[in-house]
Design a protein around this ligand. Sequence first.
Ligand code: NAI
Ligand code: MG
Length: 492
Amino acid sequence: MATKKSNTIKLKFDSARNLAPAPESKSAAKIDPQYELFINGKFEKPSGKKYFASINPATEEKLSMIAEANDADVNKAVKAARAAYENVWKKMPGAERAKYIYRIARMIQERAREFAIIETLDGGKPIRESRDFDVPTAANHFFYYAGWADKLEYAFPNRHTSPLGVAGQIIPWNFPLLMAAWKIAPALACGNTVVIKPAENTSLTALKLAEIIQEADLPAGVVNIITGAGATGAAIVNHPDVNKIAFTGSTEVGKIIQRAIAGTNKKATLELGGKAANIIFDDAPIDQAVEGVINGIFFNQGHVCCAGSRLYVQESVFKEVVRKLKDRLESLIVGDPMDKNTDIGAINSKEQLNIINNYIKIGQQEGAEMYQSSASLPKRGFYCRPTIFTNVAQSNRIAQEEIFGPVLAIQSFRTDDEVIEKANNTPYGLSAGVWTDKGSKIFNMTTKLRAGVVWANTFNKFDPTSPFGGYKESGYGREGGVHGLAAYVNIV
Ligand code: NAI
Ligand code: MG
């Protein structure tokens, strides 16, 4: 019996891995050899005349050269945003602002395929993810916040709201277009103007968005999109005429930003790292839970701040869950992100791959037991096999620190109180997942877990109407939903 069973599984894996290639075509997307800064409605050369390369992490090929904005360029962008704010945007009725935001949403939808291809080429995530998640969800955020622009009085009943002014926004490389949408859409709906900087590894879809914003005839200076690395981001943070900073990225840079704005009048929302716990109780639908755990950590190569990177399994089902996870791991297809069958694409950069590989080494040194899938990896590009660790101690670094890669640390537990204590025992508190058949257990967990989002019998579900944000070192402020509006208005 045993032999027969493993043969069946092996056959299934082989057939999954041997699917004929189904690559998306690159030709549907136009990438220019060089991109400029989008300031005051026009594309402008950087005053320092410096450019840096953006590469495809799946092949290590250069895709384009990107302008590097220096302090003078940042100043120009902030000035343009200030002028647009004072002269046009803050005076415009909400219903008129809504038309522009709505138009941007429509144009993203019309060019969805192009956006998905560029997102995948520039960032390494599977085309299935960019096509089915990133791009449609980005459009949905613009649609959703367009709807609020003329209804702010209903979002904050009996209160008076006014916009903050110029918002400086800095975003990471894991969801480039989607993070731009999360930041720009609520800011515009509330009457603010924007200077936004994408991450240096993944600037292309933000620059494509600049093209759309130009075509949408958004008044010049309302949205300025400038590119560059940490120094450009710091220049935005430190500019005296910026009223609000919205940042998503590492806890390390979040702390630098917090120090930089201390004592100023700048408001801030910070969305930082995470170390989410997925918790499987013995009464959970096990197969569904296993699929949710796989999706929660291996989705997007684990480059997700709310990734379910820790797993707690109740003792009586521990062996079963681990066995099923290993089986499922073996069937995941790792490789060319442009292939529609690929489950796990390329790691975003060489630096990030080094960070992940280092943690895999640390996990082994700490005495945890490692299991990796046997998938073969492409010769060029940055790839990592999906990896799970058992025999993990709560104090191990792989159970405490954000790895931001396809690496899962698994522990067992006996009682509800024990797992609540373990799940809460990290510096982070962004998200968590609970798998159980019992509604009362779900309510008990959601009230006691110190996490901004707790998913029940699902994971990594996003919707523009739902707020998102963290506790503790995962940051503060909420994005999404009505709560996301509060981050862009003064309320009196
Ligand atoms: P990072 O925090 O350095 O980069 C995020 C953004 O901040 C980028 O646009 C970057 O140019 C900008 N930036 C960097 N230094 C800055 C400064 N001093 N002032 C203003 N802006 C600055 O993240 P990095 O180095 O790319 O990744 C390191 C680790 O951070 C990852 O391994 C992961 O653990 C975590 N991370 C978390 C993210 C999240 O979604 N919460 C996203 C990206 C990374
Ligand atoms: Mg960095």
